[in-house]
Design a protein around this ligand. Structure first.
Ligand SMILES: [Zn+2]
Length: 210
């Protein structure tokens, strides 16, 4: 028993600095990307809560009312990096519904990644090129394949949405982007999800090392 406790203590001692380094690395990455934010507030379920206080990579994320957008640092960093995909497609404003929300994946007892602030649901988009693009009306289902992600969209809106999806999906930054092609639950939004910072495989060694 004593040996087990000693081993456990050693693991805790070893893991704590790793977690602290990961936390620092993510904050350093936000600083490098010039992300307007505040750390905290302490939020149940979120390992490293960040309150977004401005645009992410040139994109404003809006929802109903005035509630603050608080997400895990990993998702904030990923959305900041992906901002240019939206901007270059003519979108500078994204309307989201669910961000951090403690709930299970529908029909299961497994917590959704929304519970950890690692996912956000984007419903519609606006910008200099588009007055309003919605996933529900403008997403063209069944486009693209493993070789050609874009496929042949029939409309400008469909092309913009598909381009943003493909660039995010192929960037390796996100765990996955679920669209109306995935299942009927996603008929009207993109579910955009990242891995926790310490599990990200897309980060350069210079960012993840101490
Ligand atoms: Zn979702």
């Amino acid at each position: 028993m004593r040996r087990t406790l000693a081993a456990l203590a050693a693991t805790v001692v070893l893991c704590a600095p790793v977690a602290a380094r990961a936390a620092h690395a993510c904050l350093d990455a936000l600083a490098a990307l010039d992300v307007p934010h505040r750390t905290g507030p302490k939020t149940k379920g979120i390992v490293q809560p960040i309150e977004v206080t401005g645009t992410l990579g040139g994109v404003v994320w809006r929802t109903w009312g005035t509630r603050a957008l608080v997400l895990d640092c990993s998702l904030v960093e990923a959305l900041a990096r992906a901002g240019r995909y939206f901007v270059e497609a003519g979108v500078t404003e994204v309307f989201y519904s669910s961000a951090h929300q403690r709930r299970n994946i529908r029909g299961t007892s497994r917590p959704s990644s929304h519970s950890y602030g690692l996912a956000i649901d984007a419903h519609w988009f606006r910008g200099p090129t588009f007055e309003k693009l919605t996933v529900e009306d403008d997403w063209e289902q069944g486009l693209g394949d493993g070789y050609d992600c874009l496929g042949q969209p029939l409309t400008g809106g469909g092309s913009a949405l598909r381009t943003v999806f493909c660039r995010m999906d192929r960037s390796g930054t996100f765990k996955h982007i679920l669209t109306p092609d995935y299942d009927p639950d996603h008929h009207n939004h993109f579910h955009i999800e990242v891995r926790p910072w310490g599990e990200r495989t897309d980060l350069a060694p210079a960012v993840t090392s101490p």
